[in-house]
Design a protein around this ligand. Sequence first.
Ligand code: HEC
Ligand code: HEC
Ligand code: HEC
Ligand code: HEC
Ligand code: HEC
Length: 682
Amino acid sequence: MLRRVTAMWCGVLAASLPLPAQAADAPLERVRGVRVALERHRGAGGAAEADVRLWPAFAVAVERDETPSPFLSPGLFRATLTAEVELALRDRRRFRLEGRGRAELSVNGHKVLDGALRPGRPLETAAAVRLDKGPNRLQLVFDSAAVGDGEVRLSWAGDEFGFEPIAPESLTVPVDAALQAGESRRHGHALFAARQCARCHDPEPQRLGESAFAELDAAGPDLRAIGARVRQDWLAAWLRDPRRFRADASMPRFRFERDGDADDVAAWLAGSGSPPTAPEFTDDQAAAGGSRFRELGCVACHEEPDRQSMPGALAARLPLGFVAAKWQPAALVAYLQAPQRDHPHARMPDFRLSREDALALAAHLLRAASSAEPLPVSRGDARRGRSLVQRSGCIDCHAVDTPLGAPRAPQLANLDPARGCLAEGGHARAPDHGLEPVERAALRAFLPFAGAAPWRRSPSDFAARQLEAQRCTACHALDGTPSLWARWATATAAAEPLPPQQDPVAQGIPSLTWVGAKLQPSWLEGFVRGRLPSPRPWLTARMPAFDLHGAGIASGLVRRHGHGAGDEPPVPADAQLALHGERLLAMGRGFGCVQCHAVGEQPAVQVFERAGIELLTARQRLRHEYYTRWLRDPTRLDAESRMPRYADAKGRTSLTEVLRGDAAAQFEAIWQHLGSRTTQGR
Ligand code: HEC
Ligand code: HEC
Ligand code: HEC
Ligand code: HEC
Ligand code: HEC
């Protein structure tokens, strides 16, 4: 049988990528991931609800007041997770289930685990289960706990490695019609939020402001002083066609009555403020800006305006060639320093740039973009423009300085999916959203749920949409797919040598594959929101702040690995063990962890190749479970890791005189020692 494996689950891209259409008799296309079928059973008389989705792991986590899917109402549910894992040779594995609820695991059709799950009481196979060479089918059926909440996590262990989740890149499933339909609805959900459909199509009786994670609150920039920021010619060109500047613009193209209307609106908007004095940029600044543009990872999301476009996935990066024609220079500097100031929902992330960096980047962008084709000169009638703004419903999405009586679009509940914005070939009175046929199909599949889904809390779905919308995978690898930035570096290094500070791989930007299982939820949230200091202060690159959606994204990343909202409960302190820990960290008589890792105020002795994170910080941010896995064998979590492995396959280390050379006890001793030195002592 033809077994084609597509990297469909390249990260959580599946949320927006349509799955391939399939002829009835064609061999099934396989995609990476786990198929999750969800069912919500209602009492007598109530209709059953069902949903299918693709997921990276054998894990589910749902807290009270959440649902496993925005397409199911909250309450008792069953999740059936299936996937195949391919082995190069026959082998034996032990399996373990942890969580809360009821679970049943079968391997190649044989039931191997079955029972109730309680915190701290995992189910484990008594003997190793034989797996075949080639594909092995795993099925996990999970029933939620009492109030439709619960958690389940599957891990396995072999002769060569201890219990760990199955790596996302080794799981595949065939695509079937139900999976395709579920992913299409999800694609529609993402578009519905990104294109802000609910701004014009009033969702009464539920109000916009009450959507889960405030997702439907998104609106456009404040236009009350837009004239001080951007040029009139650009305003007119934007209003004629936003997608000319940005393929994924949220703002639709309005079908104005006549051609000069865009010029009239631009004239009115341009009069709303006068530009501040432009700074004098120097050649040195522009040159420094060109380097910063690469070092900070702007190249991960944007094309370099003075370079040719690059093919493949890199073609999806946003162009900036029009920046000189759009921006007043001083306003551009201010924008780079605080992109959310006039537009809280802007997807340009906040790098907390210094003024020096912002000036350098602006100097570089304005020069590099100055050769772009100029925009046509726009002149218009501002008074007419004002009345057009009043009549066009701009106020649905923008703060504007004019009293309005905008016409309303039909209410959300009554939309005919074949008409208006979704009509084939467009519609004279509806705005143009530039939808591709698959996008239109996805929105039609989503519309029946549009009155409910956005108000249900499903953090895993929310995070999947946001990882995509915020382009996290531009900078981060995920589930075996390298970041766009790394792909840019590979392509660029083939033509010109890249200094290490411009190379994300040499820098060691962490992958996102395990973050939800690695980091304590509170640390993860604080870090994504930009509220915690960097654990890797030596990096030239930095993690930008995502304050607005950081909390929702973090909770979704944690659920992705089957964990609930709270931090891991503290491991009980053991003063006896902690005494050994200090010695184990040291050079000479210990493992010499302090060679690469600072501990508190004590700097690392001598960093070899790449520095390690300060260990008291590490103790506070990591889950105990992850720490244990990491020390057992770092390369199983990060193939590129420079951290040595201290334990052999039998769980022994070379330091036999401490705790009888038992690796697990020694690593626990280090954890205990670090815990005794941190203020929280978790
Ligand atoms: C700028 C406001 C605006 C936005 C944003 C908007 N629409 Fe519309 N939509 C309209 C207007 C106005 C009409 C009515 C056209 C007419 O008069 O028939 C309409 C009509 C429709 C209709 C047909 C309704 C019917 O029953 O005749 C559908 C379906 C629709 N829109 C879906 C969407 C979707 C999906 C989105 C998001 C991608 C969206 N709209 C975004 C303004 C908007
Ligand atoms: C994670 C992706 C991402 C990264 C990284 C990123 N940007 Fe952006 N940027 C965006 C998006 C998306 C927009 C479009 C506007 C929006 O939605 O906020 C944007 C908009 C811009 C704009 C305004 C374009 C316009 O339409 O006026 C400039 C200028 C800009 N970015 C410069 C930079 C610079 C300089 C860096 C590096 C410090 C950078 N960006 C890094 C995603 C990114
Ligand atoms: C459905 C919501 C929506 C409506 C309605 C809407 N806009 Fe927008 N507009 C946006 C969003 C969102 C952006 C930010 C850029 C993007 O991602 O599309 C934007 C950007 C803009 C910008 C560029 C601002 C900048 O700093 O780059 C202008 C100008 C603008 N809109 C004018 C208008 C006018 C005039 C109208 C009425 C004719 C209008 N918009 C109606 C959502 C909307
Ligand atoms: C411009 C590139 C860039 C973008 C875009 C980006 N990150 Fe990061 N991220 C980084 C860098 C660099 C680090 C390492 C920072 C450090 O340790 O100080 C990092 C670190 C992290 C970490 C900590 C990981 C660990 O093991 O310590 C998390 C979690 C994270 N990012 C999540 C996200 C999420 C979620 C998004 C999207 C909302 C995102 N990142 C977008 C560059 C980026
Ligand atoms: C040869 C250098 C080196 C030595 C020796 C070393 N490490 Fe590491 N360690 C690293 C590197 C490099 C990383 C990865 C840091 C990163 O993700 O940027 C790391 C990561 C870690 C992490 C994860 C930190 C986090 O917060 O993400 C822990 C915990 C850790 N090391 C503990 C130890 C312990 C305990 C020892 C001694 C038993 C030790 N290391 C010895 C280089 C070293």
